[in-house]
Design a protein around this ligand. Structure first.
Ligand SMILES: Cc1ncc(COP(=O)(O)O)c(C=O)c1O
Length: 392
C-alpha cells in the first residue's frame, strides 16, 4: 500500500484544477460553457517578444542548462523595468531572482523561511496558493480578515493581537495590492504603515504584485518605500501584464541577503530557464507605454460588458477596481457565491468564480474574469437573460 506524506493532509487539489474537469465534462455533453473564471490572458504577447523567442531558439548555442540566478540580460532588463515604472533601484546581480512564475516563488519562499508550526499570515480573501504553499512547508496558517468596510485593507490594531513568534523567529506575512480577488488598490501611506508594522513586529512581508499594470494608472512597488528592503520581498510576474502566463516567468526582488537565502533552496529545485524564453522576457520588459495602453483599452471595454452582466445578476460592485477581474457582492437571494455560480453554470452555461474559494470572507461574493472576448461576454449576458426569463 502506497502512503502519501503527512504534509499533503488537508491540502486539496487546486479548485480550478477540479472545476475545469467539471467544465470539460459539461462541454463533452455539448454545453459549450463560456468560462469567465480563470485569470489567464487570452491575448498573445507583443509580436517582438515572439520574434525574439523564434530567432534566439534557432541559434545553436542556447540549449544548455542556464545560470541558476537567471540570465544577466534578463536581470538587467528587470532592474531597468523596476527603475522606469516603479522608481525602484535594484542591483541586477544581487537583488533580483528570475522565477518560473511567481507561484513557484511563493513555494520557494515558504520552504526557505518556515519551520514546522511557525505562524504564517495570509489575507482572507486572498490567492489560495499562499495558504497551501505555507501549509506544505509546515506552517500554521493565520488568516487575517480583509473587509469591504475597511476598503479590503488589514486592520493593524486587530492584527497586532494575533502576532505570535515561535522561538522569537520572524514570521511571514503575505500581502497583495492591487489585491486579487477584490481589485483594491493600496496607497503609498498604507505601504509605509505596513513596513513600520513589519519592523515593530518582526515580520518578513511578501508583497505579491502581478496586477500593478492592469487597469491601474499608477503602478507601485512596495520596494519604493524607504527601508522596505529591510523587511520586505516583492514577487512580480510577466503572466498578466505581458500576456505570458504560459511562458512561466516571474521574479523575486529584495535585499541581497534574502535573495541568497531563497536561491539556496531554489537552486536545489530547478536548473534554470530556457535562455530564449529569458531573452524574450527581457524584450517584453522593454516595451513602451503603448503596450500597456493597448492591453488596458481592451480590458476596459470588456469590463463595461462585465458590469452589465453583474447588473443583470443584481450584484453590487465598485467600478474602480484594478486587475483583470471584477469582484462583486451577490444579492441576498443567494445563500453564497457558490449557489449563484452553480445556478449560472447549470442554467446559462456560463462559469463565474465563487468568491468563497479565496477564503470565508469571500463567501458572499463572486469574481468575473476579463480574460474573455467582448463577444463572449455579450453572449454570456444573452444566456443569463434567457435563463432569468425562464426562471421568472
Ligand atoms: C495574486 C496572484 N499571485 C500570483 C499568481 C501566479 O502568477 P504566476 O503566473 O506568475 O505564477 C496569480 C495567478 O493567478 C495571482 O492571482
Amino acid at each position: 500500500m502506497i502512503s502519501t506524506a503527512k504534509r499533503l493532509e488537508g491540502i486539496g487539489e487546486y479548485y480550478f484544477s477540479t472545476k475545469l474537469r467539471e467544465i470539460d465534462a459539461l462541454n463533452s455533453q455539448g454545453k459549450q460553457i463560456i468560462n469567465l473564471g480563470i485569470g489567464s490572458p487570452d491575448m498573445p504577447p507583443h509580436p517582438d517578444v515572439i520574434k525574439t523567442l523564434q530567432e534566439e531558439s534557432a541559434k545553436p548555442n542556447v540549449h544548455a542548462y542556464q545560470n541558476y540566478k537567471g540570465s544577466p540580460i534578463l536581470r538587467k532588463a528587470i532592474a531597468e523595468w523596476y527603475k522606469r515604472w516603479y522608481d525602484v533601484t535594484l542591483h541586477p546581480d544581487t537583488e533580483i531572482l528570475p522565477l518560473i512564475g511567481s507561484k513557484e516563488g511563493i513555494m520557494h519562499i515558504c520552504m526557505t523561511y518556515i519551520n514546522e508550526g511557525d505562524n504564517v499570515y495570509v489575507p482572507n480573501p486572498g490567492y489560495p496558493t499562499y495558504s497551501s504553499a505555507a501549509k506544505l512547508a509546515g506552517g500554521n496558517i493565520v488568516s487575517y480578515a480583509l473587509e469591504e468596510k475597511n476598503n479590503w485593507l488589514p486592520d493593524f490594531e486587530a492584527l497586532k493581537q494575533t502576532i505570535i513568534h515561535k522561538d522569537g523567529r520572524s514570521a511571514l506575512f503575505f500581502v497583495n495590492y492591487p489585491h486579487m480577488p477584490t481589485g483594491q488598490l493600496a496607497s503609498k501611506e498604507f505601504f509605509e504603515k505596513l513596513i513600520a508594522f513589519a519592523k515593530e513586529n518582526n515580520l518578513l512581508i511578501i508583497h505579491d504584485n502581478p496586477y500593478s499594470f492592469i487597469l491601474n494608472d499608477n503602478p507601485m512597488s512596495i520596494l519604493s518605500i524607504e527601508g522596505a528592503k529591510e523587511v520586505a520581498l516583492e514577487l512580480n510576474s510577466l503572466s498578466k501584464s505581458q500576456n505570458m502566463a504560459g511562458w512561466r516567468l516571474g521574479m523575486l526582488c529584495g535585499a541581497k541577503e534574502r535573495i541568497d537565502e531563497v536561491l539556496k533552496f531554489k537552486s536545489n529545485m530547478d536548473s534554470g530557464m530556457f535562455l530564449p524564453v529569458q531573452l524574450a522576457a527581457a524584450k517584453a520588459l522593454s516595451l513602451n507605454k503603448d503596450w500597456y495602453d493597448s492591453v488596458n483599452n481592451i480590458y476596459r471595454q470588456r469590463r463595461e460588458k462585465v458590469f452589465e452582466l453583474l447588473e443583470l445578476l443584481q450584484c453590487n460592485f465598485s467600478k474602480s477596481q484594478a486587475g483583470m477581474f471584477v469582484w462583486a457582492a451577490i444579492p441576498p437571494t443567494y445563500s453564497d457565491g457558490y449557489a449563484l455560480s452553480d445556478e449560472v453554470l447549470y442554467n446559462a452555461n456560463v462559469f463565474i468564480t465563487p468568491g468563497g474559494i479565496f477564503g470565508k470572507a469571500g463567501d458572499k461574493y463572486i469574481r468575473v474574469s476579463l480574460c474573455c472576448t467582448e463577444e463572449k461576454i455579450q453572449e454570456s449576458i444573452e444566456r443569463v437573460k434567457a435563463s432569468l426569463n425562464r426562471k421568472n
